[in-house]
Design a protein around this ligand. Structure first.
Ligand SMILES: *Cc1c(COP(=O)(O)O)cnc(C)c1O
Length: 312
């Protein structure tokens, strides 16, 4: 069976929005946003690209189920549940922390897609890749295809390379959010010599740059483009935020109609606007940011923090 979503992506039907904001006018750059959040109502964003080749591989090797790891609000868990179902595979989500009922919106969705949920306490979760824990999981769920936390592996990087379509090579700058670095590694494998790729980490710390370099080496990717990690716009670290970020996300939605998530894409767009205002880009530059999705997390975020961000 051919995956519906895979056909959609292949057809190059990802819309690009032009971002028009008064405060950007003096800088005379053109800002675009590639809307991976529009791939599919449920499976949106970069995670799907990262999963495609893994799910195909799992099927090719004859596996009936995939197992992966994530936090209780994880975009990766959400996407794996939906995509595995789409590919006719069972899925198991190994969730960090203790089970809490009622399930949050992310895990409710995952369950609805047939994902089986199991939990590791934080201590066990930290050593989830150890032979001991993997053996325990293998006993519990015999013969699964393992997809790492966040979905980053060689096949994921290959899939992420397909995010770029031919017209994207006309852009001077490509900007995207960085978590594990799998997506930017894929982009760097494809971006062209005259382009510049900018990564905006959702996490705090210089290790992000090293992590990306490590992934490039490990996967024999030798970028021909220039690239840079801009680590100034993480708002305190992964999952951390400040009122300024929430205000910005609301402002951006109000002005452009485009929802951003507070974990990844909100920080990206905040960061890219700051960099434009700092005068980093030349007049006439075409800058394309990538909306990597993550909007599913907004419902849970609102619940936890009493916010009222819009997810569509
Ligand atoms: C996971 C995720 C990222 C980070 O992708 P990596 O490949 O881990 O760097 C960025 N944006 C969104 C919305 C995500 O869900």
């Amino acid at each position: 069976m051919k995956s519906i979503i895979f056909s959609l992506i292949k057809a190059n039907k990802i819309p690009i929005s032009k971002i028009i904001l008064d405060e950007l006018e003096p800088f005379q750059v053109q800002l675009f946003l590639k809307r991976l959040d529009h791939i599919h109502p449920a499976v949106s964003g970069n995670k799907y690209y990262k999963l495609i080749y893994n799910l195909r591989e799992a099927k090719k090797l004859g596996y009936k189920k995939v197992l992966t790891f994530g936090g209780a609000f994880s975009n990766h868990i959400f996407a794996t549940a939906a995509a595995a179902k789409d590919f006719g595979l069972q899925s198991i989500g190994v969730i960090r922390g203790e089970p809490t009922l009622p399930l949050n919106p992310t895990l409710t969705f995952a369950r609805e897609k047939g994902m089986e949920l199991t939990y590791l306490n934080r201590k066990q979760y930290r050593i989830k890749d150890s032979p001991e824990i993997l053996k325990k999981l293998e006993d519990q769920f015999p013969s699964f295809y393992l997809i790492p936390e966040g979905g980053t592996n060689a096949l994921a990087i290959q899939g992420a390379g397909e995010i770029l379509s031919p017209s994207d090579f006309e852009m001077d700058v490509i900007a995207l959010s960085v978590g594990t670095g799998g997506t930017i590694a894929g982009i760097l494998s494809k971006a062209e010599q005259n382009q510049k790729v900018l990564g905006f980490p959702a996490l705090k710390g210089n290790f992000v740059q090293d992590e990306v370099k490590h992934l490039l080496t490990q996967n024999s990717i030798h970028p021909t483009c220039e690239w840079e990690i801009i680590g100034d716009h993480h708002f305190g670290g992964y999952g951390k935020f400040q009122p300024e970020l929430i205000d910005f996300i609301k402002y951006f939605k109000n002005k452009t109609g485009i929802p951003l998530d507070p974990i990844y894409t909100g920080k990206l767009m905040f960061g890219i606007l700051e960099e434009i205002k700092k005068g980093r880009f030349q007049k006439g530059n075409k800058i394309m940011a990538i909306h990597t999705g993550g909007l599913q997390g907004i419902a849970g975020f609102n619940q936890r923090f009493g916010e009222n961000l819009e997810s569509q």
